[in-house]
Write a protein that binds this ligand. Structure first.
Ligand code: DX5
Ligand code: ZN
Length: 226
């Protein structure tokens, strides 16, 4: 059964103090840290790559790095991210002809595999085999490429469809524009892994926001079990 996992996106952090920011978020209650890797091809921006992940892992050995790979050639970066200490490697379905060999390569490098879909990609394009192979599905709730965008509630229909089709065993992550104001919709739709950048890092008390996000997911899970 899926449980609540809260993953602050470091894109909204003070990147000049990335290790300290990751430690701070763990002490505020974060389960994972969401690392947005952008290559300037799959999306127009460039953020960070394996050398930075390596430094973070060195400074925060207990970290679970949830690596969101917004890259045009996902299979290419698997060895470097594994070597850097990435635990979960999530790539975009839009970037590949066939996700299955990428998933196999990620597993062969000792990481969990996540499969992401952007807002324009229907959930039906995730095949039964791809769902079975992946450890997590990421349903984007903004267009990938930058933080601080407006949440797109229509994307949650895809979370519902995936839960109806495949059940509750696997993790479904949502990412983009999420905070206390829309977390209940995300949780009720069936997502259990919550990425939040701006809402957590700009908060007076990140611990409070993380607590609110977690409670909404826990409540939705408890409601479903009734
Ligand atoms: C967008 C990224 C997100 C983003 C989330 O391309 O994948 O992870 O940083 O940040 P907020 O919560 O600010 O939308
Ligand atoms: Zn992301």
């Amino acid at each position: 059964m899926s449980k609540a996992i809260i993953a602050p996106s470091v894109l909204a952090s003070d990147l000049s103090n990335l290790t300290a920011e990751c430690k701070r978020m763990i002490s505020e209650g974060a389960d994972w840290l969401h690392m947005d890797v952008m290559d300037g091809h799959f999306v127009p921006n460039i953020t960070m790559g394996a050398p930075i992940l390596t430094c973070v892992k060195k400074g925060v050995p207990q970290i679970f790095m949830d690596c969101h790979m917004m890259v045009a050639d996902p299979i290419k970066w698997v060895p470097a991210v594994a070597e850097a200490g990435g635990k979960l490697y999530t790539f975009h379905l839009e970037a590949v002809a066939d996700p299955l060999p990428v998933i196999d390569t990620i597993h062969a490098h000792g990481m969990k595999a996540g499969l992401a879909i952007s807002p324009q990609t229907p959930s039906k394009s995730i095949s039964d085999a791809a769902f079975a192979g992946a450890d997590m599905i990421l349903v984007m709730t903004v267009h990938p490429g930058k933080g601080g965008q407006k949440f797109m509630p229509e994307c949650l229909e895809k979370v519902k469809e995936l839960r109806e089709r495949f059940g509750w065993e696997k993790d479904i992550e949502v990412d983009g524009g999420i905070g206390p104001g829309n977390i209940c919709q995300c949780a009720k739709a069936g997502s259990n892994v919550i990425v939040a950048g701006t809402s957590v890092f700009s908060a007076q008390s990140p611990a409070d926001v993380i607590g609110q996000l977690r409670k909404a997911v826990d409540d939705a899970i408890a409601e479903r079990k009734k």
